[in-house]
Design a protein around this ligand. Structure first.
Ligand SMILES: [Zn+2]
Length: 424
């Protein structure tokens, strides 16, 4: 059963992809009644093809609704419905070798010891707003906003200190994604499928503006945090970490492979040579693994729960699998066991952390039973290891689906800011 649900009802997860996951998550949402009615009408329009009824319903339901536009561009009719189910591994649209011989790279000066401070990247534009319908999705899209607000409320950051990113351009996206995939993203059904959100079929507004734009902006946030960390040592994007997006398909709530794109962009600009991705989200960074496969200039390390999505897994340069219920101590011990080797093998001059907080106990999509303290410690240890080695580091937020997921990440981000200070 798909995860389309009535207001105040229950969400049924895509259980075929998530074995061992609770099959039903209760929730309560308050919908904008006008938008909801309009959405229903819109949905009927899509179902009823008879012109007479369609026109009648349109007149009744959508009168006055200026936002009732399809996301689909005029081109979409000619977009072939191909390769969504079994995407082949395609050659990357861009490789570092396309830009220059690797020995000719001139990397940025290493960050001097003792000078690590945090550059924080955020925009209110990360939040997807669909008149309440966004709350039907298990991902709390408001978590970015909640973390930012709490940092301000608690006086951890001053107003106006965050850096505002720009959206990734089409050219940026093409560093990793295929043109065919980007074309498919102009079609509402594809966006709904990649995000596992059938409710998007009913949203009476342009998905380009309402959905793609926030994803592009948050992905641009990862790029900005990466640029900034080359100077400040630590960049934190209060968003991003879309580690399931592959060159030719989106999945698992991810549309754009923000981390691989940031890596390619910085390589193209000769700011870095080699990059390390440490993915500690509960789900494998399968998209990152595919985007950066067979590439000596990158190293992908994913720690994840074995028996949940994605199944089958892709192959990272190093995969460490955990069992349901493993908890803080085991997670952190296993991570620490591998960090030394990972840094050594990657020889990286930048490290990206995909720091999802779905290992947190109570998460409806994973069962790693970690605590707030464990998540905070996990992130702090990785950053410490980067600082110790003088490697600039970027933290992205990625997944996390429990009610207090945002709080776990807030505590982690707060800890990093209090430890290293904000960039002046
Ligand atoms: Zn996850």
């Amino acid at each position: 059963m798909r995860n389309l649900l009535p207001p105040g009802g229950s969400i049924y997860l895509s259980d075929a992809r998530l074995p061992g996951v609770p099959r039903e998550v209760n929730f309560s949402v308050k919908l904008d009644p006008i938008l909801f009615l309009c959405s229903i009408t819109h949905g009927l329009l899509m179902l009823i093809k008879t012109p007479f009824f369609a026109l009648t319903l349109f007149a009744i339901g959508c009168l006055g609704c200026a936002g009732c536009q399809q996301a689909d561009s005029p081109e979409t009719g000619s977009i072939p419905e191909t390769s969504d189910t079994a995407p082949p591994k395609l050659p990357l649209p861009f490789t570092p070798e396309d830009a220059m011989p690797i020995e000719e790279h001139s990397t940025a000066s290493p960050v001097p010891e003792q000078s690590f401070s945090v550059a924080l990247v955020y925009s209110s534009g990360y939040t997807i707003k669909l008149g309440g319908l966004e709350k039907l999705h298990p991902f709390d899209i408001a978590k970015y906003e909640k973390i930012h607000r709490q940092l301000l409320t608690d006086g951890v950051i001053a107003d106006g200190i965050t850096l505002s990113p720009k959206s990734l351009t089409d050219e940026d996206l093409r560093l990793v994604h295929t043109q065919d995939y980007l074309k498919r993203l102009t079609k509402r059904e594809n966006i709904a499928r990649y995000l596992e959100a059938d409710a998007l079929l009913l949203v009476p507004m342009s998905l380009e503006k309402a959905v793609l734009q926030p994803f592009r902006l948050a992905s641009g946030g990862t790029l900005l945090a990466a640029r900034e960390c080359l100077e400040s040592g630590i960049g934190i994007n209060l968003g991003g970490g879309y580690h399931h997006a592959k060159p030719d398909i989106g999945e698992g709530f991810c549309l754009y492979a923000d981390v691989p794109i940031a890596i390619r962009k910085l390589q193209q600009e000769r700011l870095i040579k080699k990059a390390l991705v440490i993915d500690v989200d509960a789900h494998q960074g399968n998209g990152t693994a595919v985007c950066l496969a067979d590439d000596d200039s990158t190293f992908t390390f994913s720690m994840h729960q074995r028996d949940i999505y994605p199944i089958p897994k892709e192959q990272s340069d190093l995969d460490v699998e955990l069992k349901s219920g493993d908890g803080d101590d085991l997670f952190i011990t296993m991570m620490e066991e591998h960090l030394e080797d990972v840094f050594l093998q990657s020889d990286a001059d930048i490290c990206f952390i995909v720091g999802g907080c779905d290992p947190l106990a109570g998460d409806p999509l994973a069962n790693l039973e970690m605590t707030h303290e464990g998540i905070k410690k996990r992130d702090a240890i990785i950053v410490e290891n980067c600082v110790k080695r003088n490697i600039p580091v970027v933290l992205t937020l990625s997944g996390g689906y429990s009610q207090d997921a945002w709080r776990a990440q807030y505590l982690s981000v707060r800890n990093l800011i209090e430890t290293y200070g904000m960039k002046e």
